[in-house]
Design a protein around this ligand. Sequence first.
Ligand SMILES: Cc1cc2nc3c(=O)[nH]c(=O)nc-3n(C[C@H](O)[C@H](O)[C@H](O)COP(=O)(O)OP(=O)(O)OC[C@H]3O[C@@H](n4cnc5c(N)ncnc54)[C@H](O)[C@@H]3O)c2cc1C
Ligand code: FES
Length: 265
Amino acid sequence: MIKNIECIDLEVTEIISLHKNFYKLRLTPPKWDWNVGQFVMIRPNDWGFDPFLPRPFSISQLDDEKLEIFFQVVGRGTYLLSHLKPKNKVKVWGPLGKGFKINLNLPILIIAGGMGIAPFVGFIKNHPNPEKIEVIFGHRMPLSCYPISEFPKQILIWTIEDKNEKDLEKLKRAIKVKIEGYSSDGQILACGPLPFLKMIFSECYTKRTHVQFSLERPMACGIGACLSCVIPSPHGENFKVCMDGPVFLCEDLSILFKQQPLIMP
Ligand SMILES: Cc1cc2nc3c(=O)[nH]c(=O)nc-3n(C[C@H](O)[C@H](O)[C@H](O)COP(=O)(O)OP(=O)(O)OC[C@H]3O[C@@H](n4cnc5c(N)ncnc54)[C@H](O)[C@@H]3O)c2cc1C
Ligand code: FES
């Protein structure tokens, strides 16, 4: 069932270049109740047939002043988004999917790979007790590409560049040690490319550690109609990542990750 989803016209208020190919897009804010980990589908009003389909993006921040999306240019759609100008109109569907379940009173470990930091940006900036947050951030591009410098000083952040086998081993070790530290009462939230998530999955699955994973799959509709986002489920029927996720528990992803090679692209 589709609940509380709107399709509305919003106006671009600002587009900020953080670094070549990395942008923040600010839109006039819709009045939505939303959770960290939910996303929107965006389609500029002047798009014709190429590209035709909207593109999915995590809600990085939504408050009284702005809806903020943080994105990297990877293809034609994101290239065109990066050329939007203030006052341009875009159609936005949202808030979509199921977000993370978070208890603000408990310590939180966020494990993010590259653009996987996007859903956490507003959450980290606005958390009432930032000292309760620890972040492991694996990245390949320079740190200035990501909005890390905006985070409160109290959060503990481990940034690990991931450029070669040695870096990957360092990242794996940090993830292993930190997951063990948070396995009893903490909360572990993860987002990033599939091989990155599989690395975390390998640590937590056999130990039955409670980890919530946010997945990115190609999406054409965002509302359960097109089946472009399906993944196998251990419970029989496939999951639609746009509706059943994008946030899943470790045990939901056992079949998906058995099929996924543990090689960083
Ligand atoms: C729920 C969700 C949240 C997302 N949040 C963000 C975000 O906050 N910031 C951000 O930069 N990106 C995010 N993405 C990915 C973003 O939607 C894609 O990068 C974008 O759709 C690419 O559009 P394009 O036209 O530029 O590239 P395309 O020309 O469509 O594709 C370029 C390349 O990227 C690959 N690709 C496209 N979409 C995806 C995808 N979803 N997963 C993996 N590979 C893909 C294609 O296979 C191709 O190789 C999210 C995706 C999902 C599903
Ligand atoms: S994106 Fe269309 S069914 Fe999920």
